[in-house]
Ligand binder design. Structure first.
Ligand code: PMP
Ligand code: GLN
Length: 386
């Protein structure tokens, strides 16, 4: 038999699927894969249900239903003053993932270089490599995750066409500062490169810090595709409704791929997300406030048990160093042990790196009901403390 495509065949099953399956097998509390354990707002689900039973269930327009494209533009204009034209500068996709894939496929030619910042969300690298792009990886390092300006600049060259920027960043839970974004913007201009800005956690930023889209910086309006997702903003990760904004030529490039990848997204879900995006600012503020309280609950408990807990500025995730517990094996062994022996699943941090050298951190997800967080902490206490 002939071989399959080696780029994708070279990747294993995603760590999120692996850890969730292990959690199910051992009936562990799943603080691994990032998804809420409650469903999102009832009114939004009601709009989706009504649109399903009363509206059209045929192919919607390729770039998205007008209601959601308008709501995406309005949301971006209201929050970030981006002046988005809904008819030429928005695109709806099957989750943020498809928008990222479509943007990469639309922009990258074989041999183009793309700068990415490790630790990396899982889909960036395989998609880039499948498109024939060449990754240039730069790391931010714990505990501060500061952007190393010199190394970032060294990663850029005349061949750089793209930077993939994730802020708030999964899994480091870092929120890029204005100063860091200004430096990134200066490099994009200097090297004439584009940015795919994965901002799915835009409303999950804590301690009064502010999420700043790179696209709002001078000169960046024409260089960025800014991607977000209903999964995180409305706590319904299964919906897979993504919405992006960007200059019309970039959206057109991404749409060329989108039309052949999925073409459209379920119309009733699009209408419900349009309704959701029009909510008052207070909805989006409260989402962040509620999540910050969960972060504090889990961080406090894990620290009491003996984990070293790193700072979480945004996202659903907490990073912990487990060596203070006396566990000196690698992170995959630790997370397997935690799932099978303590009954709590977490994600090994090395999954977000290419090198094998980062191996004593575990990522915990805190977008769960308080009683689940407490139950997970109790299991960990019984295992490690008593
Ligand atoms: N980007 C990041 C950083 C993520 O954590 C996730 C996971 N939810 C996604 C993209 C994918 O989003 P979606 O489910 O909308 O495809
Ligand atoms: N974004 C989620 C996480 O980081 C997982 C998404 C997925 O399973 N593909 O946990």
């Amino acid at each position: 038999m002939k071989s399959h495509n080696p780029v994708l065949a070279g990747y294993g099953t995603t760590i999120f699927t692996v850890m969730s399956a292990l959690a199910v097998e051992h009936e562990a509390i799943n603080l691994g894969q990032g998804y809420p354990d409650t469903d999102g707002p009832t009114d939004i689900r009601r709009v989706a249900a009504d649109a399903l039973s009363e509206g059209s269930n045929q192919y919607p327009p390729m770039l998205g239903v007008p209601e959601l494209r308008q709501a995406t533009a309005d949301h971006n204009n209201r929050l970030y003053d981006l002046g988005i034209d809904w008819q030429t500068e928005t695109m709806v996709s099957c989750g943020a993932t498809e928008a990222i894939a479509a943007s990469i496929f639309g922009i990258i030619e074989p041999g183009d270089e793309a700068v990415m910042i490790e630790p990396l969300y899982d889909c960036y690298l395989p998609l880039l490599e499948r498109a024939g792009g060449i990754p240039k990886l730069v790391r931010v390092e714990p505990p501060g995750w500061d952007l190393p300006y010199d190394k970032l600049e060294q990663a850029f060259s005349a061949k750089t066409k793209l930077l993939v920027l994730n802020t708030p960043m999964n899994p480091a839970a870092k929120v890029f500062t204005l100063q860091e974004l200004e430096f990134i913007a200066s490099l994009l201009e200097k090297y004439d490169a584009y940015a795919i800005c994965d901002e799915v956690y835009e409303h999950l930023v804590y301690d009064g810090q502010q999420h700043i889209p790179l696209m709002t910086l001078p000169g960046m309006r024409e260089r960025c595709v800014r991607v977000s997702s209903a999964g995180k903003t409305f706590s319904m990760t299964g919906w897979k409704v993504g919405y992006s904004v960007g200059a019309s030529d970039l959206i057109t490039a991404a749409a060329k791929a989108h039309q052949f990848l999925t073409f459209t997204t379920a119309p009733n879900l699009q209408k419900a997300v349009a309704y959701g995006l029009a909510k008052e600012n207070s909805y989006f503020r409260k989402l962040g406030q509620d999540m910050q309280a969960k972060r504090d609950r889990l961080a406090r408990g894990l620290a009491e048990i003996g984990f070293e807990v790193l700072n979480t500025e945004g996202t659903y995730f907490l990073t912990t160093d487990f060596r203070p517990l006396g566990f000196l094996d690698d992170d995959m062994q630790f997370c397997q042990h935690l799932t099978t022996e303590a009954g709590v699943a977490a994600v090994p941090f090395s999954a977000f790196y290419q090198g094998a050298d980062v191996k004593h951190y575990a990522r915990f997800c805190f977008c769960k009901r308080d009683e689940m967080l407490d139950a997970a902490l109790e299991k960990l206490r019984i295992h490690f403390v008593r």
